[in-house]
Design a protein around this ligand. Sequence first.
Ligand SMILES: [Fe+2]
Ligand SMILES: [Fe+2]
Length: 172
Amino acid sequence: MRGARYRLWQFWRLITQRLSPDELTQVREWLPPSLFDVFRQMSPAEQHHAYSVRHTLAAQGQTNPDLLAAALLHDVGKSRMPLAVWEKVAIVLGFRFAKRLATAWGSREGGSRWRRPFVVAMQHPAWGAEMVNAAGGSPTLVELIRRHQDRITPTEDLYDLLSALQSADNSN
Ligand SMILES: [Fe+2]
Ligand SMILES: [Fe+2]
């Protein structure tokens, strides 16, 4: 886990950056129409984050189509419950300074409104996997999204793809 200051800087970029029209055209070429529609449900800043994760992987020479699509779509579950800026700050600080509590708050849906950010932080991989599955994504793509923030072990099938996705996600 990087320092809180790095996380807050990363967070500031996450909420202020936008895709250019050319970048958006590229994404439209990379994804089939049904998945492009899902991509567009994300906030502009989240679309930019997703594009950056894909860019990092492509620059590393990654060519697996499910991995590159997962880069673009891994956070689409966040569009199910859009958060205010202060709620996004709460996620960064909560998981940094009160990880066990934040995990408990986020581990089930419902409950008090102030728990919402932690619910989104922990549930968006499952929500995104459902959305991409419903839009016709491949089983591998759906699994990469569902597991994109799980703790993974080298013995599992998708380890190489998941670890590449997680490290690109963390550096963007
Ligand atoms: Fe995520
Ligand atoms: Fe992400």
